[in-house]
Design a protein. Structure first.
Length: 68
């Protein structure tokens, strides 16, 4: 069996080496053939279960985004 790497980003998505098949909480199965798939961990994504970076839009007053 080939192992896949899963990386959990603090405050962001869950990154999974693809291709993947995902079963959502309501039982729907979705697939992605991409080599790296970002899965939504905050449930704000309009394309759930995939991340659309909606987690970036919510920040607390006075909180600065980290420099990259």
């Amino acid at each position: 069996m080939t192992r896949k790497r899963v990386r959990i980003e603090s405050g962001g998505p869950i990154l999974v080496e693809g291709p993947v098949e995902i079963t959502t909480p309501d039982g729907e199965t979705v697939t992605s053939d991409r080599f790296l798939v970002a899965l939504c961990a905050c449930r704000r994504s309009k394309s759930f279960p995939f991340c659309d970076t909606s987690h970036r839009r919510r920040s607390r007053q006075g909180e600065q985004r980290p420099q990259q």
